[in-house]
Write a protein that binds this ligand. Structure first.
Ligand code: NAD
Length: 325
């Protein structure tokens, strides 16, 4: 029997790629940058499966360019806002993602950013490199305490809960807002509050929602204006959850204390952006899940989703299980 044809849009760790290559004929994209629109449409033609990344916009046109034999779309990420899920469901195509395996790495990095922005780590490093360190100063580079403060988590799914577990070690009070959950978690010491209360009471706010029409620019001029002036805002969710122009104004005017962004709008984030002129913001190139072990596990999970779909089996992690009804 001939092997199924798949398009893999980027080099992924061997852990997953080897499995895909054993089972499939693989067209592996080798470009320095992700495939552009034309290339994506061209390489999708005739494939049975697509293994894609968050940098690939997979809409109905890509699915139609592939053709009716397309059996599965496997995203090498937990977020799937790059894929038109209703379009896939309408065509009966299951879409896979990679939950759980990146939860701890992402929460570790969100907490790293929380502390780094709160304690001005990168700014202090730049201060020394600029030759400004003349003596020990009682009033220089003062930052925020974690102990005894309130951490507000927006989105209390897998990564939000992992943040609550980390906050316990710093004796932080944890409150969260999640429209699909209002449980009081005694084990996590986390209490559900309404969105407004979270904005008003938190000292640190960390974003852990998917990107949806409801969460796009959830953090904007109005919501920033409700936050305490000492707030440190962390975004490891998706860039467009934050309005960057409003954030720039809030940071520049010291309306809030600091921010750290692992994700931006757009990505890559232009170095000319005014946010880069400010010392109280950290900007990272979307690396929250970037540990070797985590990326190995993500690639394997993406491979398993792909192969299950090609075999006509239910995907181990499927974001549109309605296709099986
Ligand atoms: P999850 O589905 O377990 O949790 C998301 C939670 O957000 C859910 O509980 C959901 O009810 C909640 N939510 C939905 N709409 C909301 C809203 N309007 N306000 C508040 N909460 C809302 O997902 P997860 O595994 O915790 O991942 C969360 C997101 O983090 C992903 O969708 C992805 O975009 C992002 N992520 C980024 C990285 C990175 O590298 N920076 C890594 C992993 C995940």
């Amino acid at each position: 029997m001939s092997k199924p044809n798949v398009f893999v849009t980027r080099l992924i760790p061997a852990k997953g790629l080897d499995v895909v290559q054993e089972f499939c004929n693989v067209d592996l994209w080798q470009g320095e940058l992700p495939p552009g629109r034309e290339e994506l449409l061209k390489h999708a033609q005739g494939v049975d499966g697509l293994l894609c990344l968050l940098t690939d916009k997979i809409d109905g046109d890509v699915m139609d360019a592939a053709g009716p034999q397309l059996k599965v779309i496997s995203n090498h990420a937990v977020g799937f806002d790059n894929i038109d899920i209703p379009a896939a469901t309408a065509r009966g195509i299951p879409v896979g993602n990679t939950p759980d395996v990146l939860t701890d790495a992402t929460a570790d990095f969100a907490f790293t950013l929380l502390m780094a922005a709160g304690r001005r780590v990168l700014e202090a490093d730049r201060y020394i490199r600029a030759g400004k360190w003349k003596t020990w100063e009682p009033m220089t580079l003062l930052g925020a305490d974690m102990n005894g403060t309130t951490l507000g988590l927006i989105g209390f799914g897998r990564i939000g809960k992992a943040m609550a577990r980390r906050a316990a070690g710093f004796d932080m009070r944890v409150i969260y807002y999640d429209p699909s959950d209002n449980t009081t978690y005694t084990d996590l010491n986390a209490t559900s509050v309404d969105f407004e209360t979270l904005l008003i009471e938190s000292d640190f706010i960390s974003l852990h929602t998917p990107l949806t029409p409801d969460t796009r620019h959830l953090i904007n001029a109005e919501t920033l204006s409700k936050m305490k002036p000492n707030v440190v805002l962390i975004n490891t969710s998706r860039g467009p959850v934050v309005d960057h122009d409003a954030l720039y104004e809030a940071l520049k005017s010291k309306r809030i204390f600091a921010a750290a962004l692992d994700v931006t709008e757009p990505e890559p984030f232009p170095v000319e952006h005014p946010l880069f002129t400010l010392d109280n913001v950290i900007i990272m190139p979307h690396i929250a899940s970037a540990s070797k072990a985590t990326r190995d596990k993500m690639s394997l999970m993406a491979a398993m989703n792909l192969i299950a779909g090609l075999k006509g089996e239910q995907l181990p992690n499927c974001v549109n299980p309605q296709v099986y009804k």
